[in-house]
Design a protein around this ligand. Sequence first.
Ligand SMILES: [Zn+2]
Ligand SMILES: [Zn+2]
Length: 423
Amino acid sequence: MLRPGNFNKAMACHDCGQVLVLPKMPDKTIARCFRCNAKLFCKNPDSIDKTLALAFTALILFFIANIYPFLAMRIQGFVQETNLITGIATLYNQGIPGVALVVLMTTLVIPLFQIAGLIYICLPMKLGYLPWKTAQVFRLICNMQPWGMIEIYMLGILISMVKLAKMATIIPGFASIAFMILICILAAIFSGLNPEDIWKRIPVKKDHDIINNRKDSIKETRDSIPIGCHSCSLLCRIPIQDGHYNCPRCQASLHIRKTNSIHRTWALLIAAGILYFPANIFPVTLTGALGHEQADTILSGVIYFLFSGSWHIALIIFFASIIVPVMKLIILAYLLISVQKKVTWKPEDRTRLYRITEAFGRWSMVDIYVVTILVSLVQLGPLANITAGPGAVYFAGVVVITMFAARSFDPRLIWDAMEESNE
Ligand SMILES: [Zn+2]
Ligand SMILES: [Zn+2]
């Protein structure tokens, strides 16, 4: 891998901590860790130009998607329209501000911050200067990536359309087309953007002992250790003794391992496990129609879709809302126990399991979005009304807390047992 004249940069794998030296890479190639197969680096030429063009397009689409209604429902002369804001306002008015806040942050605030933030960084960079607090803004954009959930919201819109099609005429609005294009553009932004293109333009403070891409400096010494910054991937050398160190480029805290990772992950996991029971026992929606009231739990929603012929929707909800949260709790608990018992069995498979858990966990939010859309659309006076039930609050808690639990777990701990057994 390393040949004279071929040497390019040194970095540490964020999933297993392995320090690697990357050769010079041709354009449009991806470098993966040889030990755990994590994606380390992708080389995309002109990534800032493309990101800027796409971010401007995304900003226009974002406003179209939020100003116009994305769904209208017609039933016996009543017409009810909804957009994102009305759904959030309805949840707030029904007395569940916590769930309204989660929906507001994941579908409006965070995606808008990411789009506007990329324009804020890339436009001045294109003109040849660095905007104020570039590193901090870009760090925030990268850290918030799992929390922008427009594509999951779109799946919620589709499920709501199937659910309501039996009782009323559903008309997709202009905004739903804008939403679909916006999802594709956001996916193109984040798959095409090479973060290193932005990081390499941000200067590194000189008063730190940074490993300067020298082959001999990536070794561990008696009193210092090479550590990759979790935010900007800069390889830094920090003293082994306890202390607080910040990345000299992006100011993120540098840790040999995430602080109290095992205890924090256990605490969050137990909290999510406790909330999982009321989330499934209490109703997520209460439907009042012509004097009757019907309470629906997550499971009864699945059964409804199953027996009304929409088995594919039943499968999606069953998988996203029942299987994924349980699997996430089981997998994280297994990883924690395996780390505590210093198990050395198949570390690459356990790291992959962690990556899958982190990637799929956010899709459980789809049920919360379905509730948001239903409560804003089905407000038809004496005909039918849907309100959010207490189950929705507990379920939103489960999804958010398990996402925090996955982030607080440090996958490098899986590899520590291997290194200890090799010593
Ligand atoms: Zn690795
Ligand atoms: Zn950094």
